[in-house]
Design a protein around this ligand. Structure first.
Ligand code: ATR
Length: 272
């Protein structure tokens, strides 16, 4: 049996085991997916070596997405660029790190917006999730703006993004003439228990703007509820979660995971 696990702290409420085990069952794969609590500061070379003996691959979550990077033998381009890893593959006796959050966010955006090149995207937030989304959008040739509560972090991230060949930011003149294509909430605003919070004023919303939220608890955030009222196409937080998991399964096992099965399993977990 091939064994996988998510490492992090806390991991009790991780939805990864449910999502992946549902795929293994559906595709009749002799695999299992568990969870291992690894406290902050406890992930070192020895710990990773032990995990390598037991597992084929790992999902990596808070607080290890950055800490795991220097422990790995190799980094995929996505992980190298973003500087964070959420997926480790132990194939061939080496530990290779990937960032599947990026593809996990970009796929649903493409599904709604079509080709992303030249699309104008406003990203709210400048933390880990915003980073993966911003790099992904820049690589697709989107025009990006980043707003964050702590402005200096948005400026820093934007400066990094602009180093990508072909990356485009907006200038203020253009933003007046060319309307936004998407707004992405990559902050935790609206997450349980503060579900009445919204990360942007609703005056910014309009029927031609796709609104994506990375928050999945609740699944319908106030932002998405109001966006739907304005006629905006919406992408909920489970899509990115399922997307990053499906991408990891492609890396580990080369399988094209049924996303509907993953989503259903995640929804069941959410409902408790
Ligand atoms: P993650 O890895 O999930 O992205 P993070 O790195 O802690 O988590 O980032 C959280 C993001 O949500 C940040 O952009 C944060 O803004 P700051 O950089 O100013 O901290 C944003 N955020 C969290 N709580 C917020 C709030 N109440 N209002 C506005 N932004 C908030």
């Amino acid at each position: 049996m091939k064994r996988f696990a998510v490492i992090g702290d806390p991991v009790e409420h991780s939805m990864s085991p449910a999502m992946h085990n549902a795929v293994f069952k559906k595709l009749k794969l002799d695999c299992s997916f568990g969870k291992v609590r690894v406290p902050k500061g406890k992930l070192d070379e020895k710990a990773l070596e032990k995990l390598k003996e037991e597992y084929i691959g790992l999902s990596v979550t808070i607080p290890h997405k950055l800490a795991v990077v220097p422990l790995l033998d190799k980094l995929d381009r996505s992980a190298e660029m973003i500087g964070a890893v959420n997926c480790v593959d132990f194939k061939g006796g080496k530990a290779k790190g990937y960032n599947t959050d990026m593809a996990g966010a970009i796929e649903p955006l493409k599904a709604k917006l079509g080709k992303l090149k030249g699309k104008k995207i406003l990203i709210l937030g400048a933390g880990g999730a915003a980073r993966a989304i911003a790099f992904g959008c820049a690589l697709e040739g989107c025009e990006i703006a980043i707003w964050n509560r702590t402005e200096s972090k948005a400026v820093e991230l934007m400066e990094e993004i602009m180093k990508i060949p072909g990356a485009e930011g907006w200038d203020s003149d253009e933003s007046a003439t060319k309307p936004l294509d998407a707004i992405i909430n990559a902050t935790s605003v609206g997450m349980h228990p503060k579900t009445e919070a919204i990360p942007i004023h609703e005056d910014f919303l309009g029927p031609d703007i796709t609104v994506m939220d990375i928050v999945y608890n609740p699944l319908e955030t106030k932002l998405l509820r109001i966006a739907r009222k304005h006629g905006c196409p919406t992408i909920d937080g489970l899509e990115m979660l399922v997307g990053q998991g499906a991408e990891a399964l492609k890396i580990w096992l080369g399988v094209d995971a049924p996303r509907d099965v993953m989503r259903k399993a995640a929804l069941k977990e959410l409902k408790g």
